[in-house]
Design a protein around this ligand. Structure first.
Ligand code: G4P
Length: 525
C-alpha cells in the first residue's frame, strides 16, 4: 500500500453530538484517556478550569455550566488516528456546531438511557442528516435505571427515521447492569467487579456457549438469549452502504463514567466509520488521495491565549500531504501563505504539526487574514461549498459604555464577526453597529469576551428589527435598491449588502416589490 493510502485508511475524523448532560464531556475524556492523550480522568474539565482561570474568558460558560467553545483534538488508539471535533451542546451555538460538522466524516450521537432523544439531539441530528454524515449511536448511563433498550430503538426509528441496528446489547440496567453482549464479534463484555479494573471481554462462541451460563445469573442469560434472538429477527443486519448513506445507525450501549463500552465504541469507529471522504468545491470534487494539498477553514478561534492576541484558523485538510514549511495559496486573496508553525491539537497541549494528511485538522496562526470558508491550496482556485452563515434571528444595537474605548469597538466587533461568534452590520444611516445572533446566549458571551479580551464594556439596546437578509442582484439594480431603502440597508463584516427588516410585513412587502433583487437567509462563506 502506498504510504498515503495507509495514512488515509487509518484516519477517522468525527464529532460527538448530544443534548447537554447526556455525557459528551465524560465520553470525550474517556476516549482521550484510552488514546493516551490524557493521563487522568477529570483532565478535560481541569483543562477548561485552567483555561478559564488563566484567561477568564468564558465566565458565562462557567456560570451556566455549559460548554460553548468547539475545539479539535487528535489522538491515536491501536492502529488508528482519530481527530475528534468538539461541538457545543447548547442550542444557542448551533451555527458553530453546523460549521464544525462540515469538517467531519462521521458523528457519534450520545443519548442518555433515561431520556432518549432530546430537543438538541434532534436538531443536531437533522444537520448531520442534511450533510449525509454517517452516525454511530452511544446509549449512555446504563449504570442507571432508564428506558427499555427496545423502546429506545423504537424511538430512534420513529423520531429520526433512521434504522437502528444494535452493535451491542445490554445485560441488565442500573444496579443490575452486568455488561453487554457484543453482537458484532459474538463475545461477552462484563462490567469489572473490582474497583480500578477495566471491563474485560470473555470470548465465547456465540450465544449458546455454556461460558455464558457460568458467568451470568440464570435469569440474565435467558433474558439475553431472548433479547438477542428478537434483535436478530427484528433489526436489519449492519450494512455499510446504508450506514454510510446515513440511513442506518449502529447502536452501542455503555456507561462512559464507568469506562464501560468506550473501547468498543472506538473499535466501532475504526471498523465501521469511513476514512476521510471526498469534499465538494464549486469547481469539482476533491479526493483525499490527490497529491496536492487542499483544505478549508471551518473555524477561527481568537485570543485562545490573550497574552499573545493570537488567532488560529482551524483547517480541515481535504487532500495531499502537508509538511511544515510548505507554502500554500490563500485562494480568496491570492496571497502565498508560508506554513511555518502549523499546529496540532492534542488534549492538553498544542504541538507543531510536522506533517498532516487529509482528514486531519491543523491550526494556522494568523493575524486575521484567514476567514471561515477560505480555501488553501497549492495554487488551484477552489471554493469549498456548504460552509454557510445563517441570517440572525435576534438583532440588537450595540454601544460601549466607555466613550474612551469607542474607537476600538469596531475592531473588536470585526474580529468577533470574522471568528463567526456573531454577525455584525454597519447600517448605511447612523453610527452604531447592529449585532445579530442565532441564540440569545451569544450576546452574553460576546459582551463577556469583548470586555475581557479588549477591555471594552458593551451594552445592547433594542434595534426594533426582526431579521436580516443578504441581498444580491445586478450591481445597478442593487444600487437602486440601496438608495430607495437607505434606512434599512447595512453592510456585513465582509462588505456584503444586507437588508434589515423591522417586522414580517416590512420583509414580505419589500421582497414582493423588489424585482431583480434576491433575498437570502443563508450566505455561503
Ligand atoms: P455533557 O458534556 O453532555 O453536558 O455531559 P457530561 O459529560 O458533563 O455529563 C453530565 C453528567 O452526567 C455529569 O454529572 C456526569 O458525571 C454524568 N455522567 C456521564 N456519563 C455517565 C454515566 O455513564 N453514568 C452516570 N451515572 N453518570 C454519567 P454531573 O453530576 O452533572 O457532573 P460531575 O459533577 O459528575 O462532573
Amino acid at each position: 500500500m502506498a504510504p498515503s493510502t495507509a495514512e488515509l485508511q487509518r484516519r477517522r475524523t468525527f464529532a460527538i453530538i448530544s443534548h447537554p448532560d447526556a455525557g459528551k464531556t465524560t465520553l470525550t475524556e474517556k476516549l482521550l484517556l484510552f488514546g493516551g492523550a490524557i493521563q487522568l480522568a477529570g483532565a478535560v474539565k481541569a483543562r477548561g478550569e485552567q483555561r478559564r482561570a488563566r484567561s477568564d474568558w468564558l465566565q458565562v460558560e462557567r456560570a451556566r455550566g455549559i460548554s460553548v467553545t468547539a475545539s479539535a483534538m487528535r489522538f491515536d488508539y491501536e492502529d488508528h488516528t482519530y481527530n475528534l471535533l468538539d461541538t457545543p451542546g447548547h442550542e444557542d451555538f448551533s451555527e458553530d456546531t453546523y460549521r464544525t460538522l462540515t469538517a467531519v466524516d462521521s458523528a457519534v450521537m450520545v443519548l442518555d438511557v433515561a431520556k432518549g432523544i432530546e430537543a438538541q439531539t434532534l436538531k443536531l441530528f437533522e444537520v448531520c442528516r442534511l450533510r449525509g454524515i454517517p452516525m454511530i449511536t452511544f446509549i449512555n448511563k446504563l449504570d442507571r435505571e432508564g428506558q427499555e433498550p427496545f423502546a429506545l430503538l423504537d424511538e430512534i426509528e420513529r423520531t429520526l427515521a433512521l434504522e437502528p441496528t444494535p452493535a451491542s446489547w445490554p445485560i441488565g440496567m442500573g444496579k443490575n447492569f452486568l455488561g453487554c453482549y457484543d453482537l458484532l464479534h459474538d463475545r461477552l463484555l462484563l462490567v469489572a467487579r473490582k474497583q480500578g479494573r477495566e471491563a474485560h471481554a470473555d470470548v465465547c462462541r456465540g450465544l449458546e456457549d455454556p461460558t455464558l451460563d457460568r458467568l451470568l445469573p440464570d435469569r440474565a442469560v435467558s433474558q439475553l438469549r431472548d433479547d438477542v434472538r428478537t434483535v436478530r429477527a427484528l433489526c436489519p443486519s449492519f450494512s455499510h452502504d446504508a450506514f454510510r448513506a446515513g440511513d442506518l445507525t449502529p447502536v452501542f450501549f455503555g456507561s462512559a463514567l464507568n469506562n464501560f463500552g468506550v473501547r468498543e465504541l472506538l473499535a466501532g469507529l475504526a471498523e465501521l466509520a469511513p476514512p476521510p471522504q471526498p469534499q465538494t468545491a464549486v469547481e469539482r470534487r476533491i479526493l483525499p488521495e490527490e497529491e496536492a494539498v487542499t483544505g478549508f477553514v471551518f473555524k477561527i478561534q481568537a485570543n485562545m491565549d490573550p497574552k499573545h492576541r493570537d488567532r488560529v484558523a482551524f483547517v480541515r485538510l481535504c487532500s495531499g500531504h502537508l509538511r511544515r514549511g510548505m507554502k500554500l495559496v490563500h485562494v480568496r486573496t491570492g496571497a502565498v501563505l508560508p506554513l511555518h508553525n502549523p499546529m496540532l491539537f492534542l488534549a492538553q497541549e498544542r504541538g507543531l504539526a510536522e506533517e498532516a494528511w487529509a482528514g486531519d485538522i491543523v491550526g494556522i496562526p494568523n493575524h486575521g487574514k484567514l476567514r471561515i470558508g477560505d480555501a488553501l491550496t497549492e495554487g488551484e482556485a477552489l471554493r469549498f461549498t456548504g460552509i454557510p452563515s445563517f441570517a440572525p434571528e435576534l438583532l440588537r444595537r450595540v454601544r460601549t459604555t466607555d466613550p474612551m474605548r469607542a474607537k476600538h469597538l469596531s475592531r473588536a466587533l470585526y474580529q468577533m464577526a470574522e471568528e463567526g461568534a456573531a454577525r455584525i452590520f454597519r447600517p448605511r444611516v447612523g453610527a452604531d453597529f447592529i449585532v445579530g445572533v442565532v441564540g440569545a446566549l451569544q450576546f452574553e458571551v460576546l459582551a463577556e469576551r469583548i470586555k475581557n479580551e479588549y477591555g471594552i464594556p458593551l451594552c445592547f439596546e433594542s434595534a426594533g428589527l426582526l431579521t436580516a437578509r443578504w441581498v444580491s442582484g445586478a450591481p445597478s439594480r442593487l444600487r437602486q435598491f440601496e438608495t430607495s431603502h437607505l434606512a434599512a440597508v447595512a453592510e456585513d463584516h465582509s462588505g456584503d449588502l444586507v437588508f434589515l427588516a423591522r417586522n414580517s410585513w416590512h420583509l414580505e412587502t419589500t421582497i414582493r416589490e423588489a424585482d431583480g433583487v434576491t433575498f437570502s437567509k443563508v450566505k455561503d462563506n
